[in-house]
Design a protein around this ligand. Structure first.
Ligand code: IDP
Ligand code: MG
Length: 159
């Protein structure tokens, strides 16, 4: 049984998703969680956290040369963030699809940013952009024991 669980965990794709302070302030937590859940992805970790500015700088380290880096890190650390790990086949790429383009003006209707956001500096949600960043971001925000492994007991095609 343990071996089976370990094998399951090893092959299951996971991504890091965060509802940024603007999404929390606007009362969009359930809306966003619901879109991932209804799609069929599985929520395996979730917490409310106010990141320090140093932590925000670590999270966005790839963008440190960009002119908006300082403001972005100030904003991410300005209030509660909902940090999550979602699991499922294709969740990294499809999660980005659910989120929409970085600039909400270019996000398609039907996506989270397309439906719920207007400007790039307040685009309400973060999602890992590939397998390496997903791994790094999950490790930055969570301890391994924070990630829960479980099966849905009622079958609906989800594992
Ligand atoms: P992503 O969130 O879609 O992955 P990134 O390019 O990784 O987009 O940028 C990280 C975050 O930085 C964006 O979500 C957005 O909040 C912010 N950002 C990106 N480009 C700009 C910009 O041109 N002006 C202000 N903020 C920006
Ligand atoms: Mg990014």
């Amino acid at each position: 049984m343990l071996q089976e669980q370990e094998a399951h965990a090893a092959q299951m794709e996971q991504t890091f998703i965060a509802i940024k302070p603007d999404g929390v302030q606007r009362g969009l937590i359930s809306e966003i969680v619901s879109r991932f859940e209804r799609k069929g992805f599985k929520l395996v970790a979730i917490k409310v956290v106010v990141p320090s500015k140093e932590f925000a700088q670590k999270h966005y380290h790839d963008l440190k040369e960009r002119p908006f880096f300082n403001g972005l890190c100030d904003f991410l650390s300005s209030g509660p963030v909902i940090a999550m790990v979602w699991e499922g086949e294709g969740v990294i790429k499809y999660g980005r699809k659910l989120i929409g383009a970085t600039d909400p003006q270019k996000s398609e209707p039907g996506t989270i940013r397309g439906d719920l956001a207007v400007v790039v500096g307040r685009n309400i949600i973060h999602g890992s952009d590939g397998p390496e960043t997903a791994k790094d971001e999950i490790n930055l925000w969570f301890k391994p024991e924070d990630l829960h492994q479980f099966r849905y007991l009622i079958k609906s095609g989800m594992s």
